[in-house]
Design a protein around this ligand. Sequence first.
Ligand code: ZN
Length: 87
Amino acid sequence: MPFVPIAVDAFVDLHSKSNPEVDPLDLRFLLNEALEARRNGETCDCGEPIWVIGSAIARHACFTCITGEAVPDGDYEIVDACRGADV
Ligand SMILES: [Zn+2]
């Protein structure tokens, strides 16, 4: 898994520091919602599993469809989603 795994709390702290306009409670809610969707097997329009962090910030879609890049390069993903579908 090429993503850098990160816990929800750690990502909320990190993202809030560089994006002070974002409400940490909103972000946490959206992350948990996206994680739930991922756990329920939600996939992107292209068929790939959704990227939880990108889905919380942008829209429910996979890494490639959100960023336009083929593979993650030091990008974060919530640790529970990195473990696979059996979380
Ligand atoms: Zn996609």
